[in-house]
Design a protein around this ligand. Structure first.
Ligand SMILES: [Zn+2]
Length: 462
């Protein structure tokens, strides 16, 4: 009899790992890193509850590190099987996994230099070499519902999930038992720019659905209107805008909306500088994966225009270019990573922008507790940036309408399209409160049997 065990993203939003076992065969759906509080991060270091070498294959729903960032560690621990994912996911992983490894190595190095380690010497969770070995296992599959043979007795189908480029809903077929298990992965918002909406879910016996926003409904004021107001204001006062943005997904959406506003003549054309090599690389991947683009994107790209290029845009790549920006003045928009101001080039811009009472810093993504982004967004009057105390005198704006996740009403909308009721639903990938709320919404709307699994909980698929 087949079983499904939740080894991550149960009662939390990171560390996604769902293990399907039948006879001696094991397939892992997602191989995510735990992020956030220390007690979660320590799970990355604990011995895996199943030997890496005993897993036959991995299926990935999308490239985000909380779904893929454990893969280099898994390879380092002996996993050698194929890793199936869409082309978009594979291309983004070539940017994200080596970067994740460099961060692990830098952190270990920092701990050793500052003697803040309980282990002597502090080691990285994995190295760039491990990340490259993991990339070598990727097997690209179509994201259009074709049936793919995974291992003896298990096949799978991948379909667009509309969350980030390449994101997939994954339907696993356990052939001997005639069971189909659908994993929603992270589910996108409907009408998100650039990429297509989530496609309708295929029929399944069991369903694992995410619940990041299981207790929330998105701000009805679109982010485009907010960007319009902020850009007009900057042009009027000849002042600078700094947008810390995640390099994959958010940076591309911001560029796309600014370009639309310019096309519609709703804002004056200001210089827009994308100062993040990772965001520039991700933007190229987004532009190249035509099969994932939505209709508006296709229309906007007619005649070879790039819908993610504003009319006066510079994609800065060298450190020297980035430093030169520091000396220039006047109305302009700088988009830079990291999105929560925890590192990267955005910090050099922050040194200049934060004390400038004419400038505006715009938060377009979630700011986790304890990050510099959160401190500034919360209105602290003085913050430490790259070791210096800096007064915060600039204007701050938060645009809430950007999100790569469906809210609970959109998850219900997606579930409504299921051809038949599943036998059981498992709600994952949400803090306990959101997961419980999502489960309740599903019971109220459909009256299906719903579980909110705990970490390590196993279910029989009979
Ligand atoms: Zn995600």
């Amino acid at each position: 009899m087949a079983t499904l065990t939740f080894w991550g993203a149960a009662g939390t939003v990171t560390g996604s790992k769902y293990l399907i076992e039948i006879h001696q065969n094991r397939v892992l759906v997602d191989c995510g890193l735990f992020q956030g509080p220390r007690e979660l991060r320590e799970r990355n270091w604990a011995e895996a509850p199943f030997p890496a070498a005993s897993v036959d294959a991995v299926l990935l729903t999308h490239a985000h590190i909380d779904h893929t960032g454990y893969l280099p560690r898994f390879v380092n621990q002996g996993f050698r099987g194929p890793v199936y994912c869409s082309r978009g996911t594979a291309e983004l992983l070539r940017i994200l996994l080596p970067d994740s490894a460099r961060l692990q190595e830098e952190e270990a190095d920092y701990r050793n230099r500052h003697n803040i380690t309980r282990h002597d010497p502090a080691l990285p969770l994995y190295t760039e070499e491990d990340a490259i070995a993991a990339l070598g296992l990727l097997q690209v599959v179509p994201n259009d519902g074709q049936l793919i043979k995974i291992i003896k007795g298990i096949s799978a189908e991948f379909r667009i999930a509309g969350h980030i480029l390449g994101s997939s809903q994954v339907l696993a077929h356990i052939e001997a038992d005639h069971q189909r298990v659908l994993f929603s992965g992270d589910l996108g918002k409907y009408d998100q720019p650039i990429i297509r909406d989530p496609v309708a879910p295929p029929a399944c016996d069991y369903l694992v659905v995410e619940s990041t926003y299981g207790d929330r409904i998105h701000d009805p004021e679109g982010p485009k209107v907010a960007l319009e107001r902020i850009i007009k204001n900057a042009a009027l006062h000849d002042s600078e805008i700094l947008i810390p943005a995640f390099a994959v997904g958010r940076a591309q959406e911001v560029l796309y909306l600014i370009r639309e506003l310019e096309d519609e003549k709703r804002v004056p054309i200001l210089p827009v500088i994308l100062d993040s090599p990772m965001a520039s690389a991700a933007t190229r991947v987004y532009a190249n994966r035509r099969e994932e683009h939505d209709e508006q994107y296709v229309t906007a790209s007619a005649g070879n225009a790039n819908p993610m290029h504003t009319h006066s845009m510079i994609a800065s790549t060298t450190r020297e270019d980035s430093k030169r920006l520091n000396k220039e003045r006047g109305a302009r928009v700088i988009i830079s990573a990291s999105g929560m101001m925890t590192g990267g080039r955005v910090l050099h811009h922050a040194l200049r922008v934060l004390p400038d009472e004419n400038a505006t810093i715009v938060f377009v993504g979630y700011q986790a507790a304890g990050t510099l982004g959160r401190r500034v967004a919360d209105g602290e009057r003085e913050v430490k940036v790259l070791g210096q105390w800096v007064p915060v005198r600039c204007n701050t704006e938060r645009i809430g309408g950007f999100s790569a996740h469906a809210d609970w009403q959109e998850v219900i909308r997606w579930l409504q399209e299921l051809p038949a009721p599943p036998r059981r639903v498992f709600v994952t990938h949400g803090e306990v409160g959101s997961a419980t709320a999502m489960a309740q919404h599903i019971r109220e709307r459909f009256d299906w049997p719903v579980e909110v699994p705990e970490h390590g909980q196993q279910f029989e698929l009979s």
